[in-house]
Design a protein around this ligand. Structure first.
Ligand code: PLP
Length: 427
């Protein structure tokens, strides 16, 4: 498979080594089977997408029923009924009584729709994003993504009015956090001479930066600063939304409702579907359509994706998955903390719901242990565990399993993760 792939796919997309990747053939619940018949426990949820598990029955039924009728429509011209049904189900999630959405296929598209909306609202093009942020890799979203390796080769194509503020780092003291907020206040009020900031975009928990959780009250302080400056607050909940953190949305832990919300990943139950959602008072910054949408795409409101999305939202509720995430997340966090307590290089095991990070650092200097989580993930793969490294230095093991992961699977995997981490640290 690797050899065949290398002859047909552009370089740089799939990292091919003698051991990795494994080629998936089938998956159910929290298990994945590869083409050689090996079975893995999936702690990635396939990038956090398989919220209701892999191949969830209700979603499969929804896709099957829809595929008998209509698999593609004309999203913004002659919309499929499935789009209306999905949008109604999405609106019913809240958090606004009059929510309006723009659909897309990828998370990056939802971010771009939110950034466009903010510009229509206040006309101020500047954007405040955060160090460590990951909002996608299309050019508009990439401008707000922080990591140099993603941005570097394309800098000349990126909008230059994005400023990056410090995101609270794990273990950081109140003084540093206040300094970061002061910088944001200054950028929002006085400005640095660049484009005036009209939008602040943040992940309520940073995922790819290594499951970084801001301290209590941080998002509230940020919201105050943003709103005092009459800018818009966008929460990118593409990773943290839909139950991942043990609440329907990550912001519910803090009680700060943003102006705009970006959703993606699990939204389509495994099919490509994303949304930028906001209350009518904000979304109505978009002018009425005069016959041709100024923002749309060929697959907007794709009926198959919408039917899968509607079925997924039903599963989320019927399976009490948000609560499951909270309870199983506490179990996973507790067991991991206990198992890893004696390893000095495990600086922190943190998490909320089934979104957990194991932060590996030099115990004497506190410096991130470069690639330690990459090595641990490689060792875990040999033991039948799919898990991903995260963090700027590949020093955080990131766990975002399907919310249907069972207690016995959690109990099985924790000692194996401990072994993999010990092995990686010994290398
Ligand atoms: C927080 C966040 N925003 C945006 C994206 C981009 O989504 P996509 O890869 O679907 O474009 C991701 C993807 O990992 C993400 O985690």
């Amino acid at each position: 498979m690797a050899d065949r792939l290398s002859h047909v796919e552009s370089r740089n997309i799939t990292h091919l080594t003698p051991e990795s990747p494994v080629f998936w053939e089938a998956a159910r619940g929290a298990n994945v089977r590869d083409v050689d018949g090996n079975v893995y426990l999936d702690l990635t949820g396939a990038f956090g997408v398989s919220v209701a598990g892999h191949t969830p029955e209700g979603v499969v039924d929804g896709i099957r029923a829809q595929s008998d009728r209509l698999i593609h429509g004309m999203g913004d011209v002659h919309p499929p009924a499935a789009k209306v049904e999905f949008l109604e189900a999405l609106a019913a999630l809240g958090p606004w009584p009059d929510s309006r959405a723009i659909l897309g296929s990828s998370g990056s598209e939802a971010v771009e729709a939110a950034l466009k909306t903010a510009l229509l609202v206040n006309g101020r093009p500047g954007i405040l994003a955060f160090e460590g942020a990951y909002h996608g890799l299309t050019l508009g979203s990439l401008a707000t993504t922080y990591r140099e390796d993603f941005r570097g080769p394309f800098l000349s194509r990126l909008y230059e009015g994005v400023r990056f503020a410090p995101y609270p780092k794990p273990g950081e003291g109140k003084k540093e956090i206040k300094r970061g907020l002061d910088k944001i206040r200054w950028l929002l009020r006085e400005g640095d001479g660049g484009d005036e900031v009209g939008a602040v975009i943040i992940e309520p928990i940073q995922g790819r930066a290594g499951v970084r959780i801001p301290p209590p009250g941080y998002l509230e302080a940020l919201a105050d600063l943003t709103w005092n400056a009459k800018a818009l607050l966008i929460f990118d909940e593409i990773f943290t939304g839909l139950g991942r953190t043990g609440a329907l949305f990550g912001f519910l832990h803090e009680g700060v409702v943003p102006d705009l919300l970006c959703l993606g990943k699990g939204l389509g139950g495994g099919l490509p579907l994303s949304a930028c959602v906001g209350p009518a008072r904000i979304m109505n910054a978009w002018p009425p359509s005069r016959g041709e949408a100024i923002h749309t795409s060929t697959f907007l409101g794709n009926p198959l994706a919408c039917a899968a999305g509607t079925a997924f939202l039903k599963e989320l509720a019927a399976g009490d998955l948000v609560n499951r995430s909270k309870i199983m997340g506490e179990t996973l966090l507790g067991l991991l903390r206990e198992a890893l307590a004696a390893i000095p290089s495990v600086a922190e095991v943190r998490g909320r719901g089934l979104f957990v990070g194991v932060d590996l650092r030099d115990p004497s200097t506190g410096a991130p242990l470069r690639k330690a989580a990459v090595r641990a993930a490689t060792l875990a793969l040999r033991e039948g565990i799919l898990v991903l490294p995260a963090g700027a230095y590949g020093h955080v093991l990131e766990l975002s399993p399907p919310l249907v992961i069972r207690q016995d699977q959690v109990e099985w995997v924790v000692p194996k993760l401990e072994e993999a981490i010990r092995g990686a640290l010994a290398e």
